[in-house]
Ligand binder design. Structure first.
Ligand code: TYD
Ligand code: MG
Length: 453
């Protein structure tokens, strides 16, 4: 066996070398060499098995066992709990509340099931204890450990066989075989693949924290996302009380689900009725404010969209979108200009999705357009109006999925008027229902005539 323990591999062209170069000598790309542990030939042979290709009908269904994490919002985002033997990456900006969430989850599991191992390379056990005291957590089966050496982590997990392992964060785990520095891509890849293989063998679920870099990706390039089963993002404005948990990738569930939490003095509290929470401070009869019925995963969510349009003092008008897609806002302004005849070219425009939440779905279009027009004309919307609809480039309103589900949510929260795309057959929704008047619109122009008072 050779003495060489690690090598550098170019992520672009696959070139291998024993020393590091800033620029790959083969393909000429910069910063593409990543350190990897050299696997001996023996290891490769060892993976050979007798299993031959099998017919689809012969393969038995895999029974996935799931661990209840205590909070229904977390369980739902994961697809109904944490699958045993799966690796989940929790990513998010520093200070958003990742450690708090995981400590709460760890405590719940430790109270109900057996040992939970919480490994932190970021904080000492005393610091974690302080946080636990603040959160009023006191499970005896919750084992805290401040350690970063990958070899030691592996030994301890094998010896303890806990029912859940948490690593906070993967950027602090250190593999001795590699010479590259702590937190480098090579280190993170090695730590994730070794810990992952270990927990899969033991059928233990593993939750790892990954920091988001300045560019917004987890640990530089998105290598880590490919190595895990599930990627969750914990997001929200730091100075806002709401936090959103979202699945970006999920091998064991849908990726559209969203969990809403509120950061309070005693930790994270689930928000079970987010629509109500997001609309709590809504100004009534103010120009520029519109409520949209959106769908996140399986759940309808009513959110307020605000727009402020004001005369630009500089040559180039400013456009800002918070929580909504910037390009979409620009596109909608162009449609309003060309198809409705609103003069927006010399106006600054600010669009905000209230509550620090991000919404991507096209049904948001109509709300943004109505909010912009409402602010420009200084005319408020009909009181208690909810809108939904995608806006096309010719100014037509296009249909959106799950209209009935959205309508029910609006009705539940006491809205009386609903503006929807034209021509939807609402089978289970009675149009004559007194409490909710449904108004259809074919074009954006029509919609604005109806929506603005
Ligand atoms: P933390 O979980 O340490 O964030 P992360 O691990 O993502 O870096 O949470 C940090 C913030 O949360 C911190 O600024 C204080 C706040 N916080 C509360 O408001 N209430 C609490 O009960 C706790 C524990 C933290
Ligand atoms: Mg932390």
């Amino acid at each position: 066996m050779s003495k060489v323990k690690s090598k550098f591999v170019c992520q672009q062209c696959g070139f291998e070398t024993l020393r590091w170069f800033g620029r790959c000598p083969e393909c000429g790309e910069w910063n593409t060499l990543v350190e990897e542990v050299v696997k001996t030939a023996l290891g490769k042979q060892g993976t050979k098995t007798d299993i031959r290709p099998q017919s689809l009908v012969q393969i038995e269904n895999l029974a996935v066992e799931r661990l209840d994490l205590g909070m229904s919002e977390v369980n739902r985002v994961l697809g109904g709990g944490l699958v045993l033997g799966s690796i989940v990456l929790l990513a998010g900006d520093p200070g958003i509340g990742k450690s708090t969430l995981l400590l709460q989850v760890a405590n719940y599991v430790a109270q109900r099931v057996e040992k939970v191992l919480y490994i932190s390379g970021e904080e000492s056990v005393e610091q974690i204890k302080m946080r636990a005291a603040r959160l009023n957590l006191q499970a005896a089966n919750l084992l805290l450990w401040s350690e970063t050496d990958l070899d030691l982590l592996e030994q301890e997990i094998e010896a303890l066989k806990p029912s859940l392992v948490i690593v906070d964060s993967i950027q602090t785990v250190f593999c001795r075989e590699l010479t590259s520095s702590l937190g480098s891509i090579g280190q993170i890849k090695e730590a994730t693949s070794r810990l992952g293989a270990l927990v899969k063998g033991l059928n233990i679920p593993l939750l790892i924290v990954g920091h988001v870099t300045k560019e917004g990706s987890i640990a530089g390039p998105r290598v880590l996302e490919h190595m895990v089963d599930t990627v969750l993002y914990f997001e929200g404005e730091r100075h806002h009380q709401y936090r959103i948990l979202r699945a970006i990738k999920n091998r064991f569930g849908s990726t559209f689900e969203l969990g809403v939490f509120e950061m309070q003095n005693g930790g994270l509290v689930e928000v079970l009725n987010p629509s109500q929470a997001f609309l709590a401070e809504r100004p009534l009869a103010s120009p520029g404010s519109v409520v949209v019925a959106s769908i996140e995963g399986t759940r309808p969510l009513l959110v307020e969209i605000q727009a402020l349009v004001s005369r630009s003092v500089f040559g180039q008008p400013r456009r800002v979108a918070t929580g909504a897609d910037y390009n979409r806002v620009n596109l909608l302004m162009a449609v309003l200009e060309k198809r409705v005849g609103l003069n927006l070219s010399q106006q600054d425009a600010y669009v905000n999705v209230v509550g620090g939440i991000k919404i991507q779905e096209p049904a948001l279009d109509l709300a943004i357009a109505v909010a912009l027009a409402s602010s420009l004309k200084n005319r408020p919307c009909l009181p208690n109006l909810v809108v939904m609809g995608e806006v096309g480039l010719t100014g037509e309103i296009r249909s959106v999925p799950f209209v009935e589900k959205r309508l029910r949510e609006a009705q539940k929260l006491g809205f009386t008027h609903c503006l929807i795309p034209y021509g939807r057959k609402l089978s289970c929704f009675d149009r004559q229902e007194k409490s909710l008047e449904i108004i259809e619109a074919k074009t954006l122009k029509e919609a604005l005539d109806i929506a603005l008072v």
